[in-house]
Design a protein around this ligand. Structure first.
Ligand SMILES: [Zn+2]
Length: 210
């Protein structure tokens, strides 16, 4: 089991240990760490990329309780320094955090967020109609989300219960294992690209901008 240090830390570099390193069928290597700053692919978010002792980590996948760091070269078990690349991490965190704010704006209008996909170029949150669903206007939703961003509410994480809860400022919190910006202002700006309803499901597609 790998300790998920990224749950409570925005640090991008740290010292840890390689527990084991095994060759994979595709010529790459699977590295398991005692603790990691790498967010694995999952929960609607792409994997972090970076290095372990200077060796490139192309992706991180989750297998049960193990986080597998996929590397191009073998790494001897023992002490290592790991580094997560800052730019992709920040973009993923901005897109993911924007998804939370979209839900915070749209859910009070009678739509329940059921799915999030926060990959660059294809980010969307899917909502289901409830009996109280109001018609949504894209410009109004976009303006409301950007007003929240402008307020720059701080990220709040609560590890108290069995689930990791995440929210911004006084907005409702959601169970979430992803990476997020430290305060909403870092998202900078949300652009709504498309709102499409099909069979009671509303897909809200968006991007972040400077
Ligand atoms: Zn989240």
């Amino acid at each position: 089991m790998t300790q998920r240090t990224y749950f409570n830390s925005d640090q991008l570099s740290m010292h840890t240990q390689v527990l084991n390193c095994t060759p994979a069928d595709d010529g790459q290597f699977h590295v398991v760490l005692a603790a990691t700053l790498f967010h694995p692919q999952g929960g609607g978010q792409p994997s972090d990329v970076g290095t372990i002792n200077g060796v490139a980590v192309s992706r991180v996948v989750q297998q049960d309780e193990l986080l597998i760091h996929v590397t191009q070269a073998a790494i001897t078990p023992g002490e290592v320094d790991i580094t997560v690349l800052a730019e992709p991490r920040q973009l993923h965190a901005r897109l993911h955090s924007a998804g939370h704010l979209l839900a915070n704006v749209i859910e009070p209008l009678g739509w329940r967020a059921v799915k999030g996909h926060h990959w660059p170029g294809e980010a969307r949150v899917v909502f289901e109609r409830t009996a109280a669903a109001q018609e949504l206007d894209a410009d109004t939703v976009q303006a409301a989300v950007n007003a929240l961003i402008h307020c720059d509410a701080p990220r709040k994480i609560d590890m108290g219960s069995d689930k990791r809860m995440l929210g911004f400022g006084a907005l409702p919190m959601t169970a979430c294992g992803g990476t997020h910006v430290a305060s909403a202002g870092q998202i900078k700006q949300v652009v709504l690209l498309k709102m499409k309803e099909k069979k009671g499901q509303l897909s809200v597609q968006y991007d972040v901008a400077a």
